[in-house]
Design a protein around this ligand. Structure first.
Ligand SMILES: Cc1cc2nc3c(=O)[nH]c(=O)nc-3n(C[C@H](O)[C@H](O)[C@H](O)COP(=O)(O)OP(=O)(O)OC[C@H]3O[C@@H](n4cnc5c(N)ncnc54)[C@H](O)[C@@H]3O)c2cc1C
Length: 450
């Protein structure tokens, strides 16, 4: 057992990839870990973000998470949300006697542009859509109003996933992805469009590239690179599953969404942009001319922000990290600072998307969690007298506060119940999509075993 964290109890808030891999590392370093997770199931966005059709990837990750949670020194409490307006706050965790608190609750807030109409029926943040099709309660219950012509604002991997859902699962007439900048600045991984590349209207795409060619050339960019990227994806593209037409529009900034509460979204206005070099970066600059798009659905895939109700100080989209960390790992600060006092919050750490919102894939979150665990181990070593908490007392406290925690032993029961349901329905996967259904399945099982 490594010197440093032996005998300590650490609270980890959030059991996504960052929290789970951090928990395993902390255990390897000798600590006892108590994982508190909002969702009944572990996995975070690996369970409720990654596209459902990527079953092999999701099942591989689930197997790893299962193994981590089974570690003797890891205690899991699903269905337990921590926050300043919840029965258990971060201060409450401190009072329970945890020696350190690691926040890996992801980036649960949403970014908006602040334009008129963005909260009309039919206008959504991508998070809502992604959580909906991945069956995360309570988003799974939202009656999504998806029309026939959708525009997705943003050109990253989340745009590609939302487009895949609208094209393959909703089979709507038209999906348009809109970028503020040009084809040279798109952010999606080329592999991510292979599932719907055959839905791209190639004539329209070529015309759009032709339209933006003079601006691209003025910046020394190669307009043909975009078409080559599409052709490469086409070579590996999956068969077409719908007649949905996919288009891209470049150099447009959203200005307003037209519509009303009753009819929902009825159109969207954009300002036309040009591109300029600014400090070595390509920036969009508005031209003062405008264009309309005939759409009935808008999805903003422009990133997330951390949850301001968690109880940590926030600046912009991020929790405030100490600029002068005592325990930096590879130069990165995992420690939280209160900007009002300029003092660190002792023993409070952040990792994964809670440290760097909307950045990186599972492997990056995993590495961040592992590195943060090393920072926590150093902190605990300096802290002095260790102290372990009794898992039974922690559970009793949760029950007293009114939580219905789902512990590790119950997760396998839930998995078996979902698997049995999938077999009965003859589908590759079945997920209960309300907490009540999950809790009922658990209590049915307990009753059957009595
Ligand atoms: C649409 C989408 C598709 C993606 N596709 C891929 C992909 O194909 N491949 C890939 O490698 N990566 C993919 N990613 C990225 C990957 O999912 C993330 O890198 C990773 O999940 C981030 O891990 P995390 O642990 O930091 O946060 P999260 O995964 O968000 O986990 C946060 C956890 O915290 C819990 N939580 C939240 N608030 C609280 C609270 N107040 N109290 C207690 N618990 C709380 C949640 O229940 C959740 O379990 C995708 C992301 C998105 C959004």
């Amino acid at each position: 057992m490594a010197e440093g964290s032996d005998g300590w109890s650490v609270a980890v808030v959030g059991a996504g990839p960052a929290g789970l891999f951090a928990a395993r590392e902390l255990c390897n370093l000798g600590a006892e870990v108590f994982l508190f997770n909002r969702d009944i199931k572990p996995g975070g966005l690996a369970e409720y973000g990654i596209f459902p059709d990527k079953l092999k990837m999701k099942d591989g990750l689930r197997a790893q998470f299962r193994q981590i949670i089974q570690c003797g020194d890891i205690h899991y409490y699903g269905n337990v949300t921590i926050g300043q307006d919840k029965p258990l706050t971060l201060d409450g965790l401190r009072s329970m006697g945890f020696s350190a608190i690691l926040v890996t609750s992801g980036a649960q807030g949403t970014k908006w542009l602040g334009i008129p109409g963005e909260h009309l029926p039919g206008s959504y943040h991508a998070k809502t859509v992604v959580y909906y099709y991945n069956h995360l309660p309570p988003y799974s219950q939202i009656p999504l109003k998806i029309g026939k012509r959708a525009v997705i604002i943003g050109v990253g991997n989340v745009m590609a996933d939302v487009a895949r859902f609208l094209i393959h699962h909703r089979k709507i007439d038209e999906v348009t992805a809109v970028a503020r900048r040009g084809p040279g600045e798109v952010k999606f991984d080329h592999k991510e469009i292979e599932s719907f590349v055959r839905n791209i209207d190639l004539d329209d795409f070529d015309a759009e590239i032709k339209r933006v060619t003079p601006v691209m050339q003025s910046l020394g960019q190669d307009p043909n690179a975009a078409r080559r990227m599409i052709d490469d994806a086409m070579a590996r593209g999956l068969p077409k599953e719908s007649d949905t037409r996919f288009r891209m529009r470049f150099m447009l900034s959203p200005v307003r969404i037209y519509g009303n509460e009753k009819m929902g979204v009825q159109g969207m206005e954009f300002e036309n942009n040009t591109l300029v070099m600014d400090g070595g970066n390509v920036k969009a600059r508005g031209l003062g001319s405008y264009s309309m798009m005939d759409v009935d659905t808008v999805v903003f895939a422009i990133g997330d922000r951390v949850d301001e109700t968690l109880g940590l100080p926030v600046t912009g989209s991020e929790f405030v990290k100490s600029p002068h960390p005592k325990y930096p790992i590879e130069g990165v600060s995992y420690e939280v600072m209160d900007p009002k006092t300029n003092e660190d919050l002792p023993g409070v750490f952040v990792a994964g998307w809670s440290r760097n919102a909307s950045t990186g894939v599972v492997g990056i979150a995993r590495r961040d969690g592992v590195r943060c665990a090393a920072a926590i181990a150093q902190y605990l070593k300096d802290k002095g007298t260790p102290g372990r908490l009794n898992p039974d007392s922690v559970k009793t406290e949760l029950l007293k506060l009114g939580y219905q925690p789902v512990e590790k032993g119950m997760l396998s029961v839930l998995e078996r119940a979902e698997k049995a349901r999938a077999e009965r329905l003859g589908v590759p996967e079945f997920k209960f999509d309300t907490n009540e259904a999950m809790l009922n399945a658990l209590s049915d099982q307990v009753t059957a075993n009595d």
